[in-house]
Ligand binder design. Structure first.
Ligand code: KG4
Ligand code: ZN
Length: 518
């Protein structure tokens, strides 16, 4: 499916403003576009792909001269010939409106644009010194030749042919990695889906300028797990301070933000609504665009922050307190869940077994630490679903097996070797995960594999997966340890990706506690 050009409508202005603000240091205001759309002797066009605006441009004709007022292409669609298509169509429209020549101003340092205009027969006929107040750069004033002259017509004909071919061939946004250096968007991320209140500021989709995580773990620890009512109340208490701290650490104000990205699911509904309501209020008060992020997509994007070069297609293992899923990612933004847990999530199993062993909450870090001193072969716990031939998991039986083992040993009057039990339990969990991960990667023919979520912090899982995938020639990408468990930098990273695609969250959107990936 290629891209198409069509007239710009008022309904396009949300998407247009996102591109405008990401493209220019002194962006036009929405009202200016609205005014243009209601004026005569104008032509405004958008380029659209898959129902999304990926670029736009407009001209104004005064007597027999046309002025290109604006032309921009979304960061992830640049260098694909969309600009050429828009320019050729605008020049055609100018001719239809009676123009003989076309003029425009372009920032001298914008080499790609200057090249485009020169190729279309435009030449430099003057400059405005220091026109761009932010950078002090000059604007070049360029003019086309007479539109009725053969040489100018030939230049536009070849531009049009190139643009039409580019529209037909356009197959969607480039990967995040390739556009990472393209934009300098400043995005505030907000995360409140479970028991961490987190905020972070990210620049250009990759640079973590600040990241603040206020953990409520201590308030939940004495109950051995997350208590939803306590989570909501603690988020409400913490959110203003956490967001202010993230902005202050980054040295940015609301005016500097290109978007506010907030987790809107999945998670505890009473926890999610705190972040969502706060982000909506902030967006309404400041006029900054609002982007909704799927928490699990956020976990996946923690990998991109560590390794901007990773490219789909890939397979990912998402293992957290709430999820255990194998996911096929043909390209960023498209997710096919291959299989999930039928009962407990991996992190949940770690937490429950830790509770039985008296290790406190959260259990994952405690078990993995103790397991280093234990023998993973000491107790032969069950590997449920190991031979199921699919990508589903089951972990509740394993927890019961650990409980039964401990009871049995105590009844027999034997001392429990806690490190051995921890190591054997951990090994039973990761054996199944590694086996299914390798099979999923091989079946989908990918050369890249990612792990994501709190349990991705587990060293034995990381090492085991790296070895098993490595022997099949598949490389493993892991998030940095600090970004495995819940944080807002990963939410801002996924949010920047969504912003570049023009996926905004409406102000009447709600938190979705069981939001699915894909
Ligand atoms: O992603 P996360 O911070 O929150 C959810 O979205 O659920 O994951 C938290 C889970 C907890 O269950 C915790 O015990 C587990 O991740 N976890 C670990 C480790 N560190 C955290 N599990 C195993 N080994 C670890 N090192
Ligand atoms: Zn999480």
């Amino acid at each position: 499916m290629g891209a198409v050009l069509r007239p710009m409508e008022f309904a396009d202005l949300d998407a247009v403003m996102v591109i405008e603000e990401a493209s220019f240091p002194a962006p036009w205001r929405r009202e200016t576009f609205a005014q243009e759309l209601s004026s005569s002797r104008r032509a405004w066009l958008v380029a659209e792909w898959d129902g999304r605006v990926i670029g736009y441009g407009g001209i104004q004709v005064v007597e027999d001269e046309a002025h290109v007022m604006n032309l921009a292409v979304r960061a992830d669609a640049r260098s694909a010939g969309i600009g050429a298509a828009l320019l050729a169509a605008l020049v055609d429209a100018a001719r239809d409106l009676g123009a003989k020549r076309v003029t425009l101003e372009v920032r001298e340092g914008n080499e790609a644009a200057v090249r485009l205009y020169r190729g279309a027969g435009f030449t430099e006929e003057g400059r405005r010194r220091g026109y761009y107040s932010e950078s002090g750069e000059d604007a070049l004033i360029m003019w086309s030749g007479d539109l009725s002259h053969d040489s100018q017509q030939a230049a536009i004909d070849s531009l049009r042919a190139r643009g039409e071919a580019a529209l037909g061939a356009y197959s969607g946004p480039q990967s995040v990695a390739r556009v990472a250096s393209g934009g300098e968007e400043v995005v505030l991320g907000i995360e409140t889906s479970c028991d961490e209140t987190a905020a972070a500021v990210l620049r250009g989709g990759l640079e973590v300028v600040s990241s603040v995580v206020a953990s409520q773990v201590d308030f939940h620890a004495r109950f051995g797990g997350v208590v939803p009512e306590i989570a909501s109340r603690k988020h409400t208490e913490a959110i203003v301070g956490v967001v202010s701290q993230a902005l202050a650490d980054a040295g940015v104000g609301f005016d500097d933000l290109d978007a506010i990205a907030v987790t809107y699911g999945p998670g505890l509904v009473g926890a999610l609504v705190v972040g969502v309501a706060y982000a909506k209020g902030l967006s309404l008060a400041t006029g900054v665009s609002l982007v909704g992020v799927n928490h699990l997509e956020g976990h996946l994007f923690a990998n991109v922050l560590a390794d901007p070069g990773i490219e789909p297609p890939l397979v990912a293992l998402v293992v957290s307190g709430g999820h255990t899923s194998l996911v096929y990612v043909p390209e960023w933004g498209e997710y096919e869940v291959l299989g999930e847990t039928l009962d407990d999530a991996a992190g949940e199993a770690f937490d429950k077994v830790a509770k039985v062993l008296g290790l406190g909450y959260p259990g994952g870090p405690a078990i993995s630490r103790l397991a280093e001193e234990g023998d993973p072969g000491a107790v032969d716990f069950p590997r449920a679903m190991m031979r199921s031939g699919d990508y589903r998991f089951s972990l509740s039986g394993l927890k019961t097996a650990v409980v039964n083992y401990i009871r049995h040993e105590r009844e027999a009057g034997r001392e429990i070797d806690v490190p051995d039990v921890a190591a054997s339990f951990q090994q039973a969990v990761i054996d199944v995960q590694i086996d299914k991960s390798v099979r999923a990667a091989l079946e989908h023919g990918v050369s890249t594999f990612c792990i994501a979520g709190g349990v991705a912090a587990n060293t034995a899982l990381r090492e085991g997966l790296r070895a098993a995938l490595g022997s099949e020639g598949i490389s493993l990408s892991v998030p940095p340890l600090a970004l495995c468990t819940d944080n807002a930098a990963m939410i801002a990273a996924a949010g920047t990706f969504r912003l570049r695609r023009g996926d905004l969250l409406a102000l009447d959107a709600e938190a979705v506690p069981n939001l699915a990936l894909g």
